[in-house]
Design a protein around this ligand. Structure first.
Ligand code: ADP
Ligand code: MG
Length: 361
């Protein structure tokens, strides 16, 4: 297991990148703490696989260095990095049995026979394949083959890190939950450094201690699920995480007051003068409907009952805004205003969160 350091790392697939847009991975500095479980979350095409393949050595970065426990491995081949990587689609040896597929990484490293037998049995149990250990991989379903790939990824206990690149894509929904739970318990048991790539926020938030959110080739925030919920560092995080995502209101800010749709709103904290595109972000959980005289003018357009709670869609100055109310809550559909809980207000300038004065970072 190892701490992994990314030092001034960036990557372009072009031979002569000329602008920032040419980089699939924009400059990045980060330490992946030894033994932590990370999720790498972002929409398709944002650079997740590029970053993962640079860490494993499948791809050489066009700029910067990678260090494992402070040793520079930027130019070291994959094999020397001692990493297990599982891909989106199965990589198995068709002519080998399931048992031999699972044993392969251990045999390769010269582990002793008794240990291999025991460990393969353990892993087969984790992936639910004890009954088919003697079957050839050929002829198994894609689903079963992917479980073998996962098992092969998990079989070695002495790896520096485990990297998973959307490994549950071809797994049926039922088994997905089961396998994710297994991966999590594997982490609790062995404490490997794990990086789990996904575009699914639920997967990310349930798997990881820390979630690394990527957008357009850039890491926009690294934080606990709670931090991503309470203080999204970028409007993308606010929008991408949460269901529905954070509402954004164009605003002018003056000290501790915002003007939104012609109405003054208390921010609960003071801000220095801001330039650029200024917005106030409020998650649906922090918006309440009001029949009183205070608040931003709004009109209820629709109420959706989604079981655990209700989602209220509103029109605010021609924009759609969402609010969430508890399951049993009565919705005043004739409400004419919305009010914000100051604890749930964040301010953005050109999409990046601005810290209020006096905030403890
Ligand atoms: P993700 O895994 O988040 O879906 P990728 O890392 O695969 O994203 O891709 C990031 C960007 O780099 C995308 O715009 C993609 O088209 C581009 N890209 C990925 N692989 C290559 C490649 N081998 N050659 C050129 N461009 C690539
Ligand atoms: Mg990918």
């Amino acid at each position: 297991m190892a701490k992994i350091t990314l030092d001034n790392l960036a990557h372009s697939y072009l031979a002569r990148p000329s602008s920032e847009d040419d980089y699939a991975l924009k400059e990045l500095n980060h330490d992946w703490i030894d033994g932590e479980a990370y999720a790498l979350l972002g929409a398709s095409g944002c650079g997740k696989s590029t970053l993962l393949n640079i860490i494993s050595g499948l791809l050489h970065p066009s700029q910067g260095r990678i260090l494992f426990d402070d040793v520079d491995v930027t130019h070291a081949p994959t094999a020397e990095r001692n990493i297990a990587q599982v891909f989106q689609f199965p990589v198995v040896y068709d002519t080998m049995t399931v048992r031999d597929n699972l044993a392969f990484p251990l045999r390769n490293r010269g582990a002793d026979t008794a240990y291999i037998a025991e460990r393969v049995q353990q892993i087969a149990q984790m992936i639910g394949m004890e009954d088919v250990l003697n079957r050839k991989a050929r002829g198994l379903t894609a689903d079963a083959k992917q479980k073998i790939s996962l098992g092969r990824g998990m079989v070695r206990e002495d790896v520096n890190a485990l990297l998973f690149d959307e490994p549950l894509t071809v797994i049926d929904p039922h088994m997905k939950w089961e396998l994710r739970t297994q991966l999590k318990s594997l982490h609790d048991q062995f404490g490997h450094t794990m990086i789990y790539v996904t575009h699914d926020q639920t997967e990310a938030l349930t798997f990881a201690d820390k979630v690394v959110v990527m957008h357009d080739g850039r890491v926009v925030q690294i934080g606990t699920p709670q931090e991503l919920f309470e203080r999204p560092a970028h409007t993308f995080v606010g929008y991408f995480i949460g269901s529905p995502g954070m509402n954004l209101f164009d605003a002018q800010i003056n000290g501790d007051t915002a003007t939104i749709a012609g109405t003054q709103v208390a921010l609960g904290a003071g801000y220095a003068a801001l330039g650029g595109k200024v917005q106030v972000g409020v998650r649906p959980e922090f918006i309440k409907l009001s029949r009183g005289d205070d608040g931003v003018p709004a009109r209820v357009t629709r109420v959706e009952d989604v079981g655990r709670h209700k989602i209220i869609r509103l029109d605010v100055a021609g924009h759609t805004v969402s609010a969430i109310a508890g399951e049993g809550a009565r919705i005043p559909e004739d409400a004419e205003r919305i009010i914000f809980d100051p604890a749930g207000i964040n301010v953005y300038a050109d999409d990046w969160r601005v810290s209020p004065q006096g905030e403890v970072p």
